[in-house]
Write a new protein. Structure first.
Length: 228
């Protein structure tokens, strides 16, 4: 529903340079992975798109519109952070319903809410946990609920920051397949950050390799794989 373009984006935090003239173009409906080691600038790239950090130079376009001066909540993107947070006093169901009840997303009937929550919880393998509270969940289950809070709401693009980092290897592999399917089904543009190259190769329609705030390679998994 929305293409994403970063053009010559430069960003520093004080004296620390996070991004240097970073340019990326993500097609409408593409599942695009940013792969790179810790400190490469992956999270900063997502925050630049979401409008959560001001950029020093360059531009960000979403769906062809320049986002300069556009507030985060008007950008039509949904971002999930590695440090996920759930409402401790709400059940899984109510944690997933709250993004659908906030005024900015339009209104959903109770039946529509339940239907979307059912779809998302089934995809994420947490349908049986809907009446539990966060304290009654494992870390991996909590992470899936947090991801559900992003995916439950229609958005022009999903910005996902290491969404599988707290899962064990087996669950991570299963979730990879499911996420890919979810991306294909919903055809929502997804910008997905990871430091795990297997995850990147498994998920990405295309992958950008980020190092020290710059894109050093962009291509399909096959193209990235074939280079030394
Ligand atoms: P990644 O997500 O790839 O680990 P980040 O975008 O988080 O990379 O960070 C890129 C660089 O910017 C790193 O050197 C990091 O230490 C620095 N950085 C990130 N956020 C802040 C911040 N809020 N204040 C100061 N430096 C930061
Ligand atoms: P992990 O090692 O993945 O963190 P846990 O040992 O925390 O997993 O939990 C294992 C299983 O027990 C999970 O299915 C989780 O939902 C369930 N569980 C954990 N804590 C509680 C609790 N307080 N009440 C009910 N079920 C729980």
């Amino acid at each position: 529903m929305a293409s994403l373009t970063l053009d010559g984006v430069t960003k520093s935090y004080g004296k620390t340079r996070a991004l240097t003239e970073l340019s990326l173009s993500v097609g409408d409906g593409e599942f695009f992975v940013i792969l790179g080691p810790s400190g490469a600038g992956k999270t900063t790239t997502l925050k630049s798109v979401a409008g959560l950090e001001p950029i020093d130079d360059g531009s960000v376009h979403i769906g062809g519109t320049d986002m300069a001066g556009v507030e985060p909540y008007r950008r039509n993107v949904a971002m999930a952070f590695e440090s996920y947070a759930l409402y401790p006093q709400k059940t899984v169901h109510d944690n997933l319903a709250s993004p659908l009840r906030s005024g900015r997303t339009g209104t959903y009937s109770r039946a529509e809410q339940d239907e979307r929550i059912r779809e998302v919880t089934e995809t994420l393998g947490i349908a049986h946990l809907r009446s539990r509270f966060p304290r009654e969940l494992s870390n991996g289950q909590r992470q899936r609920v947090a991801l559900g809070r992003v995916l439950v709401r229609p958005a022009g693009a999903y910005l996902l920051d290491e969404p599988l980092s707290h899962l064990d290897a087996k669950l991570r592999a299963a979730m990879r397949a499911e996420l890919k399917q979810l991306g294909a089904m919903s055809s929502t543009t997804t910008l997905y950050v990871t430091h795990d190259y297997q995850e990147a190769l498994a998920l990405g329609d295309r992958i950008a390799v980020l190092r020290a705030g710059q894109v050093v390679q962009v291509g399909t998994a096959a193209q990235i794989w074939s280079r030394p």
